[in-house]
Design a protein around this ligand. Structure first.
Ligand SMILES: C[S@@+](CC[C@H](N)C(=O)[O-])C[C@H]1O[C@@H](n2cnc3c(N)ncnc32)[C@H](O)[C@@H]1O
Length: 334
């Protein structure tokens, strides 16, 4: 177990954290209007990308974006053609296969088409529809390594457009039930389709797998599931100031008294530390881990040494937090 650390000094603007457009316009927003809240900044940057018709995966975006570091390369990706009348020409199905445990793979649809202006302005947080963030990929890898520890019912919160980690648990672990969730309807529409595709390909055995919109701040979403889950997990969900307290509350309520929550997130300025403070205030017992997997740690050290231009530990290296409801609960994930 490692000691809790306080957040990094010199927090950088969240809009850069999320989508990483650190060009002149963005710094002007940060300098001139410090009262604009974090979500507004994030939405503005996404909107600006849409209006400029930039694809976030385009080569020029990779150059300027903090997403220039986009993966720990824990999964190989192979385009897969799925012949079905319901598929549109925009559909891009990709087989994600674990590099360390290649017998485990999942079919994902990772390109949901360009973000539309009205989606960015009117719909709920769209950061989960941009890409599979490195923390999600790392969490999926970690779940594969720890597959024998999972049991019972598992819930992923804020899983974005793929819920890759929850999906991998459904594929590799002997669990009764996996609920994949996010607050964004478009994300969940996609997750439902990929659950169907993976079910058809026969990877789930007897596990019951479902996907639904679940908002951390919505009591009617949380109440019916109170105390239900042996494992609750989420990746890169700590940066939204207005939802951090409701995320803590959702984790606490959804978790079985003897359950464990796994939270993967980069430090991102003070955001991880603020989450830890709230979780402690809510009575949760937290451990913070920096070296939780040898492969990810080696990759991190290599990037720190050789990839300084692209890699910033503060926004790219996910720490692992394990949370339990009491000190008497020994988490098997440590
Ligand atoms: C940065 S994305 C991370 C997505 C995914 N875990 C990944 O790492 O690729 C944050 C996710 O949190 C979700 N989210 C934000 N606020 C939420 C809330 N109040 N309730 C449920 N989901 C929320 C967003 O929809 C988004 O998918």
């Amino acid at each position: 177990m490692e000691k809790r650390a306080t957040g990094a000094k010199n927090a950088i603007p969240v809009s850069r954290d999320i989508d990483g457009d650190n060009d002149e316009d963005n710094s002007r927003i940060s300098r001139d209007d410090s009262t604009v809240n974090d979500t507004a900044r994030a939405r503005w940057t996404l909107l600006r990308q849409v209006l400029r018709k930039k694809q976030v995966d385009s080569p020029e975006m990779k150059q300027v974006s903090v997403r220039r570091f986009s993966s720990f390369d824990l999964f190989s990706r192979k385009r897969t053609v799925i012949h079905e009348t319901s598929n549109t020409s925009d559909d891009q199905w990709v087989e994600y296969r674990s590099v360390s445990l290649p017998k485990y793979s999942a079919l994902l649809r990772v390109h949901l088409g360009p973000l539309k202006v009205n989606e960015v302005l009117n719909s709920f947080d769209n950061t989960g529809n941009v890409c599979v963030w490195p923390s999600e990929e790392v969490m999926a890898h970690f779940c594969l390594q720890k597959r024998t520890v999972f049991k019972g019912a598992v819930c992923e919160l804020g899983g974005g457009m793929t819920c890759l980690a929850g999906l991998m648990v459904a594929i590799c672990a002997d669990v009764r039930e996996v609920l994949l969730s996010d607050g964004n309807e478009k994300s969940i529409h996609n997750v439902r389709e990929l659950v169907d595709k993976n079910r058809q390909s026969g990877v789930f055995s007897s596990t019951s797998v479902s996907a639904r919109v679940l908002r951390w701040d919505c009591d009617s979403d949380i109440s019916p599931l109170e105390g239900h889950f042996d494992v609750v997990m989420c990746a890169d969900c700590l940066f939204l100031d207005q939802f951090r307290a409701s995320l803590v509350d959702a984790i606490r309520r959804l978790l079985h008294p003897k359950g464990t929550a796994l939270v993967f997130a980069p430090r991102r300025g003070q955001t991880l530390a603020l989450f830890c403070d709230l979780a402690q205030q809510a009575g949760l017992v937290i451990s913070q881990h920096q070296q939780y997997d040898p492969y990810v740690w080696d990759m991190h050290l290599k990037m720190m040494k050789e990839g300084k231009e692209a890699y910033d530990e503060n926004i790219h290296y996910p720490l692992l937090l394990t949370l339990t409801k009491g000190p008497q609960t020994v988490s098997s994930f440590k």
